[in-house]
Design a protein. Structure first.
Length: 129
């Protein structure tokens, strides 16, 4: 799956938490999020300069455009992450361990592993389709 196919797939399944997502779909989406965050940060700086909704020391947090785009992409990000867990035959509720400190690292490493081969309880193998 290419980056454009991944973006199209994730945005096409904007709030679809059912089904499975292969590694490539999830990781290309993560690359897309980094690029979007960087670009919106540059646009924010070009338009608003040093303005931020919240400022803590030298850190400018919650700049307007980056915040709005981030909010718009939160649901599809959670959905593709849940589908990635489904690909490993785990429920999407495992995302909640990301709220703990070490849980984010666990998710990071789990998402690197190949999903269940063949169909599982969440649907057919996305690589076999």
């Amino acid at each position: 799956m290419s980056i454009t196919e991944s973006i199209s797939s994730v945005l096409g399944k904007y709030a679809t938490f059912a089904g499975r997502a292969p590694r490539s779909e999830y990781w290309w989406w993560a690359v897309f999020l980094v690029i979007v965050n960087w670009v919106t940060g540059l646009i924010d700086f070009a338009i608003f300069g040093e303005y931020a909704i919240y400022q803590y020391g030298d850190a400018r947090l919650f700049t307007p455009i980056t915040t709005l785009v981030g909010l718009a992409l939160t649901i599809p990000t959670l959905a593709v992450a849940a589908r990635r867990f489904h690909d490993m035959d785990r429920t999407g509720w495992w995302l909640l361990i990301g709220l703990t400190g070490i849980g984010g690292l666990v998710i990071f490493f789990w998402f690197m592993f190949k999903g269940t081969e063949g169909p599982n309880r969440f649907g057919p193998d996305p690589l076999a389709i």
